[in-house]
Design a protein around this ligand. Structure first.
Ligand SMILES: N[C@@H](CCC(=O)N[C@@H](CS)C(=O)NCC(=O)O)C(=O)O
Length: 244
C-alpha cells in the first residue's frame, strides 16, 4: 500500500511534508483532513492521530505525526538526495539545529499574523486590536533577524550551498501570512533573495499550486461564515485557545 499522508494544505507543517514528497516523487495517497470543517476532531481521524493534528503519515502499519519527524523519516527511508538531510554529521547537525530552533522561535509568529489579520475579524466580527498585532510583528522582525544573522548568514541556503529540509520548513511558515496580504520579508532583500532561490529549487509551479489554498483561505472562511454558521462556531471555540 502506498504511503498515506493526512493533511490540509492550508497548514504550514502539512505543506512542508507534501512538498517534500512531491519533489522526491515518493508514491503516496493524499487523505485530506479539512481543518476549517473540524475534521481533525472526528472519531475516524482521532483513531489515526489521537492528538487531532495534521500532518500524519501511515506507512503500512506504522503511523507517524510531527512534521519534522516525518520529514527526517522520509528522507532516510527513501534515501532522498543527500542535500536534503546530509549524511555527514556536522552538515546534518546544521539542519537539525534549525529544525529544533524554529518550533518555538519562528513557526508560531507568521501563523499568528495569519490568524490575527485574517481569521480574527471573521470570527470576532471586529479587527484584531492593533497593539496585539504590532507586538507579534515586532517579535517576528526579531526572529527574522536571528534567522538571517545566525542561521542563513551569507550562505545561499541554511545548511550551505544546497536546499535542505531546514529551508523547506522555513519557507512554508513565511508564506502563511501572504494569504492575508502581509509579506514578512518586505524590506529584507537578503531574505527575499533566499525565498526566491528556495522557490526555484522547489519548482515554482509546485510551490504556487501548493500554496493556492492559503492564498484563498480568507475567501473560504468568509463564505463558510455565511453558509455554515455551526462550523464557524466550532472553529471559533478552537480559535479562542490562541488568544487566551
Ligand atoms: N508540531 C506539529 C504541529 C501540528 C499542528 O499543530 N498542526 C495544526 C495545523 S498547522 C493542526 O492540525 N491543528 C488542528 C487543531 O489544532 O485543531 C508539526 O510540526 O507537525
Amino acid at each position: 500500500m502506498a504511503l498515506q499522508l493526512y493533511a490540509d494544505l492550508a497548514s504550514q507543517p502539512c505543506r512542508s511534508v507534501y512538498l517534500f514528497i512531491r519533489i522526491n516523487n515518493i508514491p503516496f495517497e493524499l487523505k485530506e483532513v479539512r481543518l476549517i470543517a473540524g475534521e481533525q476532531h472526528s472519531e475516524e481521524f482521532r483513531k489515526v492521530n489521537p492528538l487531532g493534528k495534521v500532518p500524519v503519515i501511515k506507512d503500512g502499519e506504522f503511523t507517524l505525526c510531527e512534521s519534522v519527524a516525518i520529514l527526517t523519516y522520509l528522507a532516510c527511508k527513501y534515501k532522498t538526495p543527500d542535500h536534503w538531510y546530509p549524511a555527514e554529521l556536522q552538515r546534518r547537525a546544521r539542519v537539525d539545529e534549525y529544525l529544533a530552533w524554529q518550533h518555538t522561535a519562528l513557526r508560531p509568529l507568521p501563523g499568528k499574523i495569519f490568524m490575527m489579520k485574517g481569521l480574527f475579524p471573521v470570527m470576532m466580527g471586529a479587527p484584531c486590536p492593533e497593539d496585539k498585532m504590532t507586538e507579534v510583528k515586532v517579535e517576528l522582525a526579531q526572529a527574522l533577524k536571528s534567522f538571517q544573522e545566525k542561521f542563513l548568514q551569507e550562505r545561499p541556503y541554511i545548511a550551505g550551498s544546497e536546499i535542505s529540509l531546514a529551508d523547506l520548513v522555513a519557507i512554508v511558515d513565511l508564506a502563511q501570512p501572504l494569504g492575508v496580504g502581509y509579506d514578512p520579508l518586505e524590506g529584507l532583500p537578503a531574505l527575499t533573495a533566499w525565498r526566491d532561490r528556495v522557490k526555484t529549487a522547489v519548482g515554482r509551479d509546485l510551490f504556487d499550486k501548493t500554496h493556492e489554498g492559503v492564498l484563498t483561505a480568507l475567501d473560504t472562511l468568509k463564505s463558510l461564515s455565511q453558509s455554515q454558521p455551526e462550523t464557524l462556531a466550532a472553529l471559533k471555540t478552537n480559535f479562542m485557545k490562541y488568544f487566551k
